[in-house]
Design a protein around this ligand. Sequence first.
Ligand SMILES: NC(=O)c1ccc[n+]([C@@H]2O[C@H](COP(=O)([O-])OP(=O)(O)OC[C@H]3O[C@@H](n4cnc5c(N)ncnc54)[C@H](OP(=O)(O)O)[C@@H]3O)[C@@H](O)[C@H]2O)c1
Length: 256
Amino acid sequence: MASQAVVVVTGASSGIGSATAVALGQAGYRVALGARRLDRLEKLSDTIAASGGLSFAHRLDVTDPASIDEFLAAVRTHWGPVDVLINNAGQNLSSLVAESTDEKLRSDLEINLLGAMMVTRRVLPDMLERRRGDVVFVGSDSATRPRTWQSAYSAAKAGLEVFAKVLEMETEGTGVRSIVVRVGPTGTEFGNQMPKARMSEILESWKYWGVLRHLHWMPAESVARTIVDTVSVPLEVAYPTIVEVQPGGRKRESDH
Ligand SMILES: NC(=O)c1ccc[n+]([C@@H]2O[C@H](COP(=O)([O-])OP(=O)(O)OC[C@H]3O[C@@H](n4cnc5c(N)ncnc54)[C@H](OP(=O)(O)O)[C@@H]3O)[C@@H](O)[C@H]2O)c1
């Protein structure tokens, strides 16, 4: 998508969302920032402006249809229809199934899966009418390599990939792309949601099940760059349906 395009980033108040918003601003996109913590979005907007970028901050709770409607109406009034949607808002309330609650399970599914679906279905009619648009789903490698303690999160991210695939099929030939950026371990505030007192138990379990090969993390900027590079490829050139990004510069553990 060309620069000056209007892009929405959900969950822009920290981590991958913030870094992606900054990178998009630097690339010349007009960036609409959405998340629940408006104070953080406003600070980010100042940062983007300082580097010559254009952004617009508005509160967004992806689990609340009224909040999504209000957010998208504000973006439309400010800049017009959305060209690129980055469904990035996410949460991971790590817990064993036996120790979880209905509220935790529901919340992980609502934020990671239903939220992205509800935002996507609202921006789609404009994209189809204008015969252009990218919908990006920030996924997780836990969709294909699910982890213990992250049942609802892994299920939500697997569901997100299925939803993205169906969207790809339904929009084929319309000018709209449905893109999954499947993300590996990244150093953000995401890890703060894990129960610290249970970390050694969790890591042991992941090793046992073969889903913890190393302890390398990439910076959020690495994912941001991958997302910007991906949406910058013109549709006529390529359609990246799924891009997996893992930490770069890794060495084999035996080389350390
Ligand atoms: N970090 C990793 O290792 C990793 C790996 C694979 C995939 N991912 C994915 O990357 C995405 C971003 O995560 P991150 O690592 O950058 O974590 P993060 O720093 O915790 O950021 C999560 C973002 O989601 C927002 N959010 C949460 N609930 C929301 C809601 N109901 N409505 C709107 N926004 C909401 C948060 O903003 P507010 O709290 O202000 O609303 C925050 O901006 C997630 O989809 C995550 O699943 C991360």
